[in-house]
Design a protein around this ligand. Structure first.
Ligand code: UN1
Length: 507
């Protein structure tokens, strides 16, 4: 398929945006690691990988910063995050443009990602006055028992290309108000947005005045840089977002040295379309969740279970939406589906479609759209009779497998019958079905929605999932506790020493 859109150079635009965001030219020129824009396929920068020595130095500086920062009152720490939120507001258009150039997101979604950063900053500022513990009834007279939350240490963040800046901010905004320092390894596919965010954070640091140097650092590189973070004894927590394979490598290494891990791994998210579903609303929900971000969110809708009574009415409408959606340059107005991140992403998509065909699937779409050197594809719908192996595997691309069901119990069982457990949803106007779906017998995922798709969560809730998704929770609710250590304090204000459990020990 050919597309008329004229592709304009990404390199010049990236240079201008990086300049405006205050990223020193030396950081993105002259290095050994080329950075390719998925929009045009052009190389737009050459960044410098951090050596093992440089990673160790960043961690040492972060550890030193932590020792000071933990003594700064939390609401004052919140002031730094407030200033950072102001920088993000001022730079929203530029940072969004860089997200588009580097990750290929359409403009509205790229701006949405920056908005998600602003939102978590606001949340963290409020949280900086709410890092409270419980007071607990004690069994002993003249005693008081309570818990106190203390800063944890250096937090390592390993993030993925698909949310190149928001995921770091979920971690960093909370970690900073919690009194921690942060060392970040962005995806090797999206280092420029990492450098830009660090530049904005440094602006906030300069305005703040007396924050310790080394509080936040970015280390660019591949697997070895990630391993240096994971294995360093002074990194107390590593929050890692990416593939299940990455989590399988990172989790045990952290466990080996009893460090904390917060894992946000693969998703294979589903939606159930029931007999009472409002099909107009369902169509919009499914289209955004399945095709948005070119199918490259960890919350992307990948499996759709449609009740047999709705199938004939719904499928043609869904196919029409798939056929009409504009695939193209994400910078252009009207584009809803931008490029896949790279050739590996495109090849993975084609392999999954071949596997689906071999398993009896009927594929609509999925073909390449020739635009510059980028890897663009039409989103694919695959009608499947059963949930074959290919359906159970997460393919990070816009492929939606559609299956028919007869009984809700069967649909819920199929939905749960995958290794991943991130997000899920049901479209229904039957309160019994809705409540069953979100009950203990319903979805086994970390996120279970009613009448919205599985993607596009707001930051106020805890974000994460079960099983091979890794079990971590980021962003809202009480996720902040992952970034602090809890001390239980028992204070005796009496003149005797009663022992717990009635134990006597008279000397
Ligand atoms: C991710 O894809 O790694 O819920 C995060 C969502 C976004 C975050 C996705 N708020 O789709």
């Amino acid at each position: 398929m050919t597309v008329q859109s004229k592709i304009t150079s990404a390199a010049a635009e990236a240079a201008a945006v990086l300049g405006r965001l205050g990223v020193a030219e030396a950081l993105w020129t002259g290095g050994d690691r080329p950075v390719r824009s998925p929009v045009t396929g052009e190389i737009v920068a050459h960044v410098h990988d951090a050596s093992k020595g440089e990673v160790d130095a960043a961690i040492a500086a972060a550890q030193a910063a932590f020792l000071t920062w933990r003594t700064v009152p939390a609401p004052r720490r919140g002031e730094l995050v407030r200033l950072f939120g102001e920088e993000l507001r001022a730079a929203k258009a530029d940072l969004g443009a860089l997200v588009t150039l580097e990750a290929g997101k359409v403009v509205s979604e790229a701006l949405g990602e920056v908005q998600e950063m602003i939102d978590i900053c606001d949340y963290a500022v409020g949280l900086s006055r709410q890092l409270f513990g419980l007071t607990i009834a004690t069994e002993r007279p003249d005693h008081r028992m309570m818990e106190t939350w203390h800063p944890l240490g250096v937090v390592g963040v390993i993030s993925a290309f698909n949310f190149p800046v928001a995921v770091w901010s979920w971690n960093a905004a909370l970690a900073v108000v919690c009194g921690d320092a942060v060392v970040w390894k962005p995806s090797e596919k999206t280092p420029l947005t990492g450098l830009a965010v660090q530049a904005l954070f440094e602006r906030a640091l300069a305005r703040f005045g007396d924050a310790p140097a080394g509080l936040s650092a970015v280390v660019i590189g591949g697997r070895d840089v990630g391993e240096a973070l994971v294995d360093h004894p002074n990194v107390a927590l590593v929050s890692a977002t990416g593939s299940t394979a990455m989590g399988r490598a990172v989790g045990p290494r952290l466990a080996q040295r009893f460090a904390r891990s917060l894992l946000e791994l693969g998703g294979n998210n589903a939606a159930i379309v029931t007999p009472t579903a409002d099909l107009d609303l369902t169509l919009r929900g499914v289209a955004f969740a399945a095709m948005g971000t070119a199918g490259q969110r960890c919350t992307t809708l990948r499996r759709l279970f449609v009740h047999e009574s709705q199938y004939e009415a719904f499928l043609p409408r869904l196919k029409a939406a798939y056929g009409s959606v504009k695939v193209g340059d994400p910078r252009e107005a009207g584009t809803l589906v931008g490029p896949l991140i790279d050739q590996a992403g495109f090849d993975g998509m084609q392999q999954a479609l071949a596997d689906a065909r071999a398993a009896g699937g009927a594929v609509t779409g999925g073909d390449r759209v020739e635009i510059g050197e980028g890897f663009y594809a039409r989103p694919a719908l695959v009608e499947m009779a059963t949930q074959a192996d290919v359906v159970k595997r997460e393919t990070f691309a816009p492929i939606l497998y559609v299956m028919k069901y007869a009984e809700l119990g069967e649909a819920i069982a199929m939905q749960n019958d995958v290794p991943q457990g991130l997000s899920s949803s049901i479209f229904t106007n039957d309160m019994r079905e809705a409540e069953l779906f979100i009950s203990a017998r319903g979805s086994d995922c970390g996120i279970a929605n009613v009448n919205i798709g599985p993607s596009g969560a707001e930051i106020g809730g805890a974000f994460g999932g079960e099983k091979e998704t890794g079990g971590g929770r980021e962003a809202g609710s009480d996720s902040w506790k992952a970034y602090m250590r809890r001390a239980t304090n028992t204070m005796n204000y009496g003149r005797t020493l009663p022992l717990a459990q009635g134990v006597t020990f008279d000397v």
